[in-house]
Design a protein around this ligand. Structure first.
Ligand SMILES: Nc1ncnc2c1ncn2[C@@H]1O[C@H](COP(=O)(O)OP(=O)(O)OP(=O)(O)O)[C@@H](O)[C@H]1O
Ligand SMILES: [Mg+2]
Length: 340
């Protein structure tokens, strides 16, 4: 089974997610800043009766980039065309999409950092001048025919804004950076989703799911679905604090949202290596996983939670890590920890 605490969506999940997406900016929970900024961009465009500036949405998986892209089109009552960086392998693919655009259409390019270089260059021109050069023929006899495209709005989404070439990034009129959600925001999202799914849930049940969701709405919605299963099979269908706690314990998602692998990493680091510093490869062998898995799947969240630190000499457990495992913080750990 797909791990419950992975932030990316798996195949089946996309269909369920579609039903839970907020449809308007007002329905979006949290992200106050991006929401206010984007609201202004859209309102101004509506008043001018023009397509809004191109928008870049960046941030970790599962925080609402695709949701916001769809909302932009809905708020502008404009048709949305969807594509993604990996789907555009040749500039010609992009030319075909762009030449079919109508005035005011919204073009959503997901994972825009994964587009090919020639397509990227075509996109700069299209964003700035609403023009593409369609190349006819091959070799020395090839000619570029400029083709006008009606003003449209590009919405790009990326989990890796740093990988976007500067010239592309600069052509977006507005960049919204999505942040992890606060527990009270996730609680609202869980309650809203429960309403849509017809799940009966108490306030403390919602708050329990929220606090184990790693700041990520996608994970909150996924945990809610698993807790609902438990409530229906092992209880009377109502998601209470007790039911949520027992269900998530069963799925090995602990009170802070750590899963089995996260805890294994901390456990090996503290119990076997005295809290570190220890090299990542050694740590990975200790938990019986690939180095990449530990580095890319477990570590980012442990670092974000302040449980693990990456130092030049290796990985180090913070005092919070010892406490999380229910261990006493060794006195030698405390003072030297953040020296570098
Ligand atoms: N602000 C929000 N309020 C309510 N639900 C949200 C919010 N943001 C995201 N969600 C929910 O979380 C799920 C994932 O959101 P979305 O698909 O927009 O994430 P994403 O940033 O596009 O992720 P990825 O990087 O994997 O494409 C959606 O089903 C949506 O219902
Ligand atoms: Mg998305």
């Amino acid at each position: 089974m797909h791990s419950l605490t992975v932030a990316e969506a798996d195949g089946d999940e996309r269909a369920v997610e579609a039903a839970l997406r907020p449809r308007t900016l007002d329905e979006v929970v949290g992200q106050q800043r991006v929401r206010a900024q984007l609201g202004l961009v859209l309102e101004a465009a509506r008043r001018r009766e023009r397509a809004p500036d191109h928008v870049l949405l960046s941030g970790p998986p599962g925080l609402g980039k695709t949701t916001l892209a769809m909302i932009i089109a809905a708020e502008m009552t404009a048709p949305l065309r969807l594509t993604s960086g990996p789907a555009i392998t040749h500039a010609g693919d992009l030319a075909a999409i762009l030449s079919g655009m109508n005035e005011g259409d919204v073009l959503f390019v997901d994972e825009i950092h994964r587009m090919s270089r020639p397509a990227e260059e075509m996109l700069y021109l299209a964003m700035e001048d609403f023009r593409v050069d369609v190349v006819i023929g091959k070799g020395p006899g090839a000619t570029a025919i400029p083709l006008e495209i009606p003003p449209f709005t590009l919405v790009g989404a990326t989990t890796r804004a740093g990988l976007l070439p500067g010239p592309l990034r600069d052509r977006f009129g507005f960049t919204g950076h999505l942040e992890f959600y606060e527990p009270d925001e996730l609680e609202l999202i869980v309650r809203r989703s429960a309403g849509l799914l017809g799940v009966e849930l108490t306030d403390d049940g919602a708050s329990e799911i929220a606090s184990r969701s790693r700041g990520t709405p996608r994970i909150a919605n996924r945990l809610l679905r698993r807790v609902r299963d438990y409530a229906q099979v092992r209880a009377d269908g109502v998601v209470t604090l007790d039911v949520a706690g027992k269900a998530l314990d069963l799925y090995e998602v602990d009170e802070s949202g750590l899963d089995r692998l996260d805890r294994a990493v901390l456990d090996v680091l503290c119990r076997r290596f005295g809290g570190g510093p220890v090299g990542i490869s050694t740590l990975a062998v200790g938990v019986g996983e690939e180095r990449e898995t530990v580095e890319e799947v477990a570590e980012p969240f442990l670092v974000r939670q302040g449980l693990l630190a990456r130092t030049p000499r290796g990985r180090v457990a913070t005092p919070a890590a010892w406490l999380h495992l229910g261990l006493e913080v060794p006195s030698s750990q405390e003072p030297t920890l953040f020296e570098d």
